[in-house]
Write a protein that binds this ligand. Structure first.
Ligand SMILES: [Fe+2]
Length: 245
């Protein structure tokens, strides 16, 4: 058997496609698709699941915001049911102490949001300290993103995160993917992910993670990420994120 044949067989085992970074309107005011539209587009592009990662900006929470944030999961889940797709819980959190954002993968509910809101000016360290758990992951989003302004995003200390979204494929900024991948390699960051940072229809399909089994819950998805037994996909082409699976 040639190397290419065995590689093809190996890759074909990773047949479930999951988008790890997506926003919906109105929970994310910058998003151009509702949860239902997001699911329809992802289904049309062959995805089996998506983590909804709407923005969380630490300002005093309003009832309206909490409702929009939690309703977004329900709307997406209802739409996903039609296509046999799965929606996972997540958020993209902004912090006051660094020009950086963090994807949090894990179950979200009213109580968690209120615990997060207890702190007036949460820092990465304080939130990570308070909320880190085996069932939850903190993945720094696009750690080297450069908007062309004076404050490019900066990578956090490896001890403060579980992983990095080395391959953020958003077209709205220069994500300096080469720097993020080099950083992940140099610091042996435990978990490497990719995400399309979906806000609009023309961004669907840029990237995915590929899994061998379909995680039924967010906890199962977190376990797969922790196991590092998955592939990434960029524009339909598979990519091995680690030296050895
Ligand atoms: Fe995002």
């Amino acid at each position: 058997m040639s190397i290419s044949t065995s590689l093809k067989e190996m890759v074909s085992l990773y047949c479930y496609r999951i988008e790890m970074h997506a926003h919906s309107y109105p929970a994310s005011s910058c998003a151009k698709m509702t949860g239902e539209e997001l699911i329809e587009e992802l289904h049309a592009h062959g995805y089996h699941g998506v983590v909804l990662t709407n923005h969380y900006i630490p300002v005093p929470l309003t009832e309206e915001w909490v409702k929009d944030f939690l309703d977004a999961f329900e709307e997406a889940k209802a739409a996903a049911q039609k296509y046999g797709m799965t929606v996972y819980y997540g958020m993209e959190m902004t912090f006051w102490d660094a020009p950086s954002e963090c994807l949090i993968y894990g179950d979200m509910d009213d109580e968690l949001l209120r615990v997060m809101a207890e702190e007036e000016n949460p820092t990465f360290a304080s939130v990570y300290q308070k909320l880190r758990s085996p069932d939850r992951l903190f993945i720094q989003a696009h750690p080297f993103r450069d908007y062309g302004t004076d404050d490019p995003q900066v990578p956090l200390s490896p001890e403060m995160i579980d992983g990095i979204e080395a391959y953020n494929m958003s077209i709205t900024a220069n994500n300096c993917v080469h720097l993020a991948v080099e950083y992940a390699n140099r610091h042996q960051i435990p978990i490497i992910t990719s995400g399309s940072d979906l806000h609009a229809k023309d961004q669907v399909g840029a990237t995915a993670i590929l899994t061998k089994t379909m995680p039924k819950t967010t906890q199962e998805l977190v376990a797969i990420l922790r196991s590092r037994d998955y592939l990434l996909e960029i524009s339909g082409k598979p990519l091995i994120p680690y030296d050895f699976l």
